[in-house]
Design a protein around this ligand. Structure first.
Ligand code: GAP
Length: 454
């Protein structure tokens, strides 16, 4: 069969991605059955596979394949002193304004950005000035309140009595679970400097206006490394980690021309950072931050040392040299990576005059590596043979789909949409000569392959 593939010129929109995710069971709105809960998202059967593969690939690349990395999995609710020491209680806040009529709340810097003004790093008084100068209104056209800072940490109470003493926070970053375990890891594994501690897990931020699908959520996952270095030797590992980040993003299938590096200016850097590079990606919503690489100095370990009274110094083996190590932090948001992978894989083609949606996921990330199908569902001999092939493949690759729903064309379209690289079809010829049809997702080419060679 000759297939005519034509890449369509349509630009991928966020709606295309959201709709595919819902239609095919990748990502649903959180608590949808009750009308949803803003800023929360649930991964469906396909999404959970994609997300896990991304997280596993990260762990393998940054932790398992290196001698200088150690993993931890710390508690989400930590001693509240953690967030006092880290500066989050005092400064982890976004500028909030209220629509004076509807009482809806917005992020002041986002409203300014939407109006084409750069508000990065501005203090509340400067934001107020700019809002007045530019006559910025709420999206409903109403006047806005003065800007006030809103702390983004979710608080809760630990134990049966809710009081000021029992207040704790859901962690807003996984990083602090690493810093607070630095001493434990050093004392139990005696790693040589430089070394890193890595963690993957949930983080929570009470975003004023969660938006753009999973891009800005209130509950999300991070994959972070704190890489501990000699105070005078941070530049070289900083550059090396930056190169590793690019290599990893290539593994994720992100096109190089959609990935950009932004040297964050003094005014825009987080309070703890002496140098930050944001890696940005061209999402359908525009060029936005995907992840960051920050030189955090000894800010965190020194804070912990001061607040806890415990010594955070590292003693260089075989010498009397000791110091509080400095830290380089690559920080990935899983949802932003999932979204970048989905956006860069999504395309619409035409095959023999039929439109199709294809998710051109890298093979190692696809929820299913193969789909196995009998040509006809109502021929027991074909079904039995296809089942045999399915079981053999499943033993080798756990992620194999069985698909006997609808005609073969429909099955191909469905597998294309969820990114399955190969469909294997068992037909009457299979029963005669032991060959199957292997159909390629990207080219739609079909080849006959001996079962023994599969
Ligand atoms: N430990 C450093 C830290 O947390 P950050 O820039 O605030 O730095 C790191 O966050 C990454 O976490 C971001 O680059 C982004 O990928 C992800 N992230 C942050 N806030 C997010 C949100 N509300 N929703 C989804 N991902 C988010």
């Amino acid at each position: 069969m000759i297939c005519y593939n034509r890449r369509m010129e349509k630009k991928t929109s966020l709606e295309d991605i959201v709709s595919l995710c819902k239609r095919r069971g990748f990502i649903y709105q959180g608590s949808e059955v009750y009308g949803g809960l803003a800023g929360t998202w649930d991964y469906g059967p396909l999404g959970v596979e994609l997300k896990r593969r991304i997280m596993q690939a990260w762990w393998k690349f940054f932790v398992e394949s290196r001698d200088d990395m150690y993993g931890v999995d710390a508690a989400i609710i930590m001693n509240p002193k953690t967030w006092v020491a880290s500066g989050h209680v005092a400064t982890f806040a976004d500028p909030l304004v209220e629509d004076l009529v509807t009482k809806k709340r917005y992020r002041a810097d986002h409203l300014l950005k939407d109006a084409g003004e750069n508000a990065d790093g501005l203090k509340p008084e400067d934001l107020n000035k700019l809002i007045k100068e530019k006559n910025i209104k709420s999206p409903d056209g109403n006047a806005l309140s003065e800007v006030r800072m809103f702390n983004m940490m979710f608080s809760t109470n630990v134990g049966p009595i809710a009081s000021d003493e029992s207040v704790a926070y859901l962690r807003p970053e996984t990083a602090q679970g690493i810093f607070t375990n630095y001493r434990n890891v050093v004392d139990s594994l005696y790693p040589s400097l430089p070394f890193g501690i890595a963690q993957q897990g949930k983080a929570f931020r009470n975003e004023i206006s969660p938006r753009d699908f999973v891009f800005r959520s209130r509950e999300f996952e991070q994959m972070e490394i704190e890489y501990f270095v000699h105070p005078e030797k941070w530049q070289e590992p900083f550059e090396a980690l930056l190169a590793d980040i690019y290599e990893f993003l290539e593994l994720m299938g992100l096109p190089k021309d959609k990935v950009h590096e932004l040297e964050v200016t003094d005014a825009d850097r987080a309070h703890y950072s002496k140098r930050t590079i944001d890696i940005e990606f061209d999402y359908p919503i525009g060029r936005e931050e995907l992840m960051g690489l920050a030189y955090r100095t000894d800010f965190d370990l020194k804070n912990i040392q001061r607040e806890s009274g415990k010594n955070m110094e590292y003693v260089v083996k075989g010498t009397s040299e000791k110091f509080v190590p400095h830290v380089i932090e690559p920080s990935f948001g899983v949802e932003r990576l999932v979204m970048a992978v989905l956006c860069s894989s999504y395309r619409e083609d035409e095959v023999n005059g039929d439109k199709r949606v294809v998710l051109g996921l890298p093979e190692n990330l696809a929820p299913y590596r193969f789909a196995v199908a009998p040509l006809l569902k109502n021929k027991p001999e074909l079904v039995a043979k296809a089942r045999e092939v399915y079981e053999v493949l499943r033993e080798k690759y756990s992620n194999v789909a069985w698909d006997d729903n609808g005609n073969i064309g429909k099955r191909y379209r469905r597998q294309d949409e969820i990114g399955t690289p190969h469909c294997i079809v068992v037909d009457f010829t299979t029963l005669k000569d032991g060959t199957v049809t292997v159909r390629d997702r990207d080219t739609t080419e079909q080849t006959r392959v001996q079962l023994s060679e599969l």
